[in-house]
Write a protein that binds this ligand. Structure first.
Ligand SMILES: Cc1cc2nc3c(=O)[nH]c(=O)nc-3n(C[C@H](O)[C@H](O)[C@H](O)COP(=O)(O)OP(=O)(O)OC[C@H]3O[C@@H](n4cnc5c(N)ncnc54)[C@H](O)[C@@H]3O)c2cc1C
Length: 416
């Protein structure tokens, strides 16, 4: 979001400084070197509705780097993998009654066709799913996934947020029988590199490994940013850091605004990246609903982006209040690999070639029903200061496309 905003602002003729605490650009979409493979620390896939990403790639001259691939999704339940996500798979699925299958099939189909979800805005995801698909479906397919991602917050999640996710992935298909997801040749880094180059060509300055300490205001107007050991004078500031960091960074905001930012909940993620000798299954996304397996799913990324070896992400999302958050990286890797061996018993002890763990404290905003009513506007009472993060495009979930769209919008809203 920050990069997209900075690039658009530079293109519009503003003098821009982009300040990033990390030593590399890209934020959650950044790459790192995984034993010689440049790959995202957190998995990234593209859906057919990600228009702002396509438009930006075209503008940057990298539209030929977009790739589409037939992918599949499945559920691991009661010791077996079951195909999911298309009508025949639904009919063959053994853990739901015929009536429940028809009901959820119709409910999900209608969800993919919905223009908006205003009518369900005041419902929780659980209420909406139980009403539309039925309790049997919620308890069999959804409950454990929600519990193992949001824990004590599971019953606070908004229906329209979940419905928007279902619609985004559900519409990313070649036919009704075939899901199709996208990736960028070379990974998200290809987009990040192209953005950084275009930004710098337009006169933008990038300051890496520089921590913003404070956004400074004078007489109700933004005057600059204290970062690293410098003061960056500015008559417009766009903040795209996670909203829980905002009240500390901007002490001049009114208290009721700070309270609103502080009330936005986030969960963290401990995201494992494993390199295996053998494939787990043919699926890109495997949901796990299994007694004794404390993770809601895994992503066999090499079933989307072809790379050497099998690359698997295992995201352990959780509120950071959970004691498991304090586990060591090795504890997570040991647990996840034991699950993988259970799912595919042909995988041997020696098939785990490499592993690494990425952690983020603010990985996923928790959006309750009527979330927009609780969100302060992007334009703050401090003139020239705009603030947004990934929760601002609710009911859309975090995603590169929406972050790009919001970044561009904020750059265009700079006055003067
Ligand atoms: C596990 C996971 C999976 C995901 N999967 C997908 C996917 O499949 N498809 C998809 O499109 N999107 C996905 N996303 C979301 C996607 O990565 C983000 O939407 C996208 O990267 C845009 O993020 P952003 O710029 O809005 O926020 P961020 O990337 O969080 O950017 C905020 C930036 O602020 C910096 N910062 C924080 N504090 C300071 C400070 N004090 N001073 C200076 N800089 C600071 C951070 O280092 C960071 O670079 C995923 C995210 C995660 C975590």
């Amino acid at each position: 979001m920050g990069l997209a905003a900075a690039y658009r602002a530079a293109k519009l003729g503003h003098e821009v400084d982009l300040i990033e605490i990390d030593s590399v650009p890209g934020g959650m979409a950044a790459h790192f070197d995984f034993g010689g493979l440049s790959i995202e620390r957190f998995y990234h896939f593209i859906c057919k509705s990600d228009e702002p990403t396509f438009a930006l790639m075209k503008e940057l001259g990298i539209e030929d780097k977009l790739r589409w691939r037939a992918t599949s999704m499945a559920y691991y339940i009661k010791g077996k993998i079951h195909a999911w996500g298309e009508p025949f798979a639904l009919l063959r699925f053994p853990h739901l009654s015929f009536g429940a299958k028809l009901r959820t099939g119709l409910h999900m189909f209608l969800t993919t066709k919905a223009k908006n979800f205003r009518k369900i805005e005041s419902l929780t995801a659980r209420e909406w799913l139980e009403k539309g698909s039925g309790k049997e479906v919620y308890n069999t397919l959804w409950k454990r996934l929600m519990d193992l991602k949001f824990y004590e917050l599971a019953d606070e999640i908004s229906a329209s947020w979940i419905a928007t996710r279902v619609r985004r992935v559900g519409n990313s298909r070649k036919t009704v029988f075939q899901e199709e997801l996208g990736y960028i040749e070379g990974g998200s880094q290809t987009l990040v590199d192209a953005l950084v180059s275009a930004y710098e060509e337009n006169g933008g300055r990038l300051h890496l490994a520089t921590k913003v300490e404070q956004v400074v205001a004078e007489n109700g107007r933004v005057s600059g940013v204290k970062a690293g050991d410098r003061f960056f004078e500015a008559d417009a500031v766009i903040s795209t850091v996670p909203t829980p960091l905002v009240s500390n960074l901007v002490p001049d905001l009114p208290q009721d605004w700070k309270d609103q930012y502080d009330a936005i909940k986030n969960i963290g993620v401990v995201c494992l990246l494993l390199r295996l000798k053998t494939s787990i299954s043919k699926n890109f996304w495997l949901n796990i609903v299994e007694e004794g397996m404390e993770v809601p799913g895994l992503i066999e990324f090499s079933n989307l982006r072809p790379v050497k070896d099998t690359i698997v992400y295992v995201p352990y999302y959780m509120p950071t209040t959970q004691s498991k958050w304090n586990w060591t990286d090795q504890q997570f890797v040991d647990e996840a690999f034991s699950y993988i061996r259970k799912i595919n018993p042909e995988i041997k002890d020696t098939d785990l070639l490499d592993s690494t763990v990425g952690r983020l404290r603010y990985a996923q905003p928790v959006c309750e029903p009527d979330f927009l009513d609780k969100l302060p506007p992007i334009e703050t009472p401090i003139r020239g200061l705009q603030i947004a993060d990934t929760c601002y495009y609710y009911p859309e979930d975090r995603g590169i496309a929406e972050s790009v769209r919001y970044g561009q919008m904020m750059a265009e809203a700079i006055d003067g």
